[in-house]
Design a protein. Structure first.
Length: 233
């Protein structure tokens, strides 16, 4: 009986040592996985830009797309502070062709604004769309309480469009919007959102790779890297 007790007693340190060894190995494996993940190439998605509003030259080597919501305050800040720099340094210089796609999720009138903007693009073309796009962000209220309100009413959107076009064209867009002509284009954008795992606005993709930075310097670095890769193809 004594021998059995001694045997059991002596085995306890061994079990304890094995337990800690397994735990240590698990931690090491987890660290290696995280390191490998951090150095793995950025996942690239295939983007169909056909039928999307754009700015820039067709020959631009880099394609940039922003997913936005017209009621998103961060999107307004992006378009007022960050986008003008992108436009000056990358779009007008022929490096970037810039697209906009909808991820309207904040409220029902986000969807209304997105579909109305699609109607503007489809009925009046690219140039008027971007004027309306910019003006709509200009008129987004600064008070966050409006995010919970039905602010982008049909009348508001119509009057906003009149301010960058004319009454005749605005009524034409309204007719197309009421007929639901732009819903399919909006649904296409929202399908891309699901497919590519877009979860917030604004979200930016550069040549199909998600931009994870928040400075012009990091944006420029990624653009230049994409241009170099394009030149080496």
């Amino acid at each position: 009986m004594a021998k059995i007790e001694n045997s059991v007693s002596n085995s306890k340190p061994l079990y304890k040592w094995v337990f800690w060894l397994v735990g240590l190995l698990s931690v090491i494996i987890l660290i290696l996985i995280l390191i490998l993940k951090s150095y793995s190439p950025e996942k690239k998605v295939t983007i169909d830009y056909k039928g999307q509003p754009y700015l820039g030259e067709k020959s631009a080597p880099v394609q940039v797309v922003e997913f936005g919501d017209y009621k998103c305050a961060d999107c307004k800040n992006f378009n007022k502070a960050f986008f003008p720099i992108i436009n000056e340094q990358f779009i007008t210089t022929g490096k970037v062709r810039f697209y906009f796609m909808n991820y309207s999720f904040l409220s029902p009138d986000s969807n209304r604004a997105a579909q109305f903007a699609e109607s503007v693009y489809e009925e009046l073309g690219n140039k008027v769309f971007w004027k309306f796009h910019e003006h709509l962000y200009d008129k987004q209220p600064n008070d966050s309480k409006y995010q919970r309100m039905d602010f982008y009413t049909e009348d508001f959107l119509l009057n906003t469009l009149k301010e960058v076009s004319n009454e005749k064209d605005a009524k034409r867009v309204l007719k197309a919007f009421r007929a639901g002509d732009s819903k399919k284009s909006w649904e296409k954008d929202m399908e891309f959102v699901k497919k590519w795992g877009v979860s917030e606005t604004p979200t930016v993709f550069i040549n199909g790779k998600k931009f994870k930075g928040n400075t012009v310097e990091k944006f420029n670095k990624m653009i230049e890297t994409e241009i170099m890769e394009k030149d080496n193809e």
